[in-house]
Design a protein around this ligand. Sequence first.
Ligand SMILES: [Zn+2]
Length: 390
Amino acid sequence: MAGHVLSSGSQSALREANSARLLGAVRQFGGITQVELAEATGLSPATVSTIVKQLLLAGIVETRSTTRSGRRAQMVTLAHKSGLLVGAHIGTRALRLAIADSRFEILAERTLPLPSDHRLDTTLDRTALLAMELVDGLGSTTSEILGVGIGLPAPVDPTTGMILDQGLMRGWANVAIADVVSSRINSPVAVDNDANLSALGEARFGAGRGFRDVLYVWASYGTGAGLIIDGEIHRGPRGTAGEIGHTLVDPQGPICRCGSRGCLDTLVGAQALIDSLRISRGPMSLSDLLEFASSGDPGCRQVVADAGAAIGVAVANLAVAFNPEVVVVGGELAQTDVIFLDPIRAAVNHRVLISRENPLEVRRGELGSLAPVQGALAMAAELAHVPGGR
Ligand SMILES: [Zn+2]
């Protein structure tokens, strides 16, 4: 008898393992036919068919008729009957885009590299095309898109949806970006600054979950911050709230891209970090620099730690004024973890007002480079009045 119980237990464990393997393949491919599922998982067509039936009954997957190589086939996707959300981050060097269902389960995701100084029209074209391609891959049409959120590496005026002309993204100012994308994919579109959206992403789904007042720091090619006040993004009337990269650190410093003298970004922007290693190490990319720092290169470590100390002072000043419950740090520099975060922790908790009762916790973001995309999905849900988006 004991042997029988054991074998039925291992049977159900096997079924669960097969089911998990199949769901993993559906997640990876977005939309996939049953024949392709058998190939991708190594399961027999009969087993695939049985598992798909069970998942269909449980409401976990959906099937739609499609054609593959001229033959009719059943496309399997994760269930998204109530519509799709699109979240995109047009970054300095990459375009990231994800399609999610209305419960924020990511159904498909893609990253494309972008040339430096990428042009507005081609990048917006690529964004719309990639969204349509991924939606199509799910066996869906753009009519199922409930809302689109887009993050950009510049302040966005919340009333006009336009980038402020600060020389931060050449050629992108005075263009109604949401309207351009909306006319191509025929869905409501909202645009915001990527630090704001990363803050929202981490506050809803990541390291800031459960807090109402979050100070988020985005340290990447430039530095920004996002303020979550009482659970909502604080943008300010012109959308420049949290632009700590353009706060003054050196009255005699060089002129910044924004036109002011001595901004924090002239000290800790990617170009400044790379330039400070030019004599000793020659030219390198930001990702090289961060990788060398993580693997123990003393010069690169020093550059990242000094950037943390400088950003830490700006964060400390903001934390004294704003009194957040937690500080969350994201962006590429946060990949080096304690090398970058410990100097921020030291600077923040060096302020007596902050540390008098308890030290203010400085956490590393949990969502990595997907933080702005997740925030864009949350903004898309708000736009579409999807519950849970708020
Ligand atoms: Zn500046």
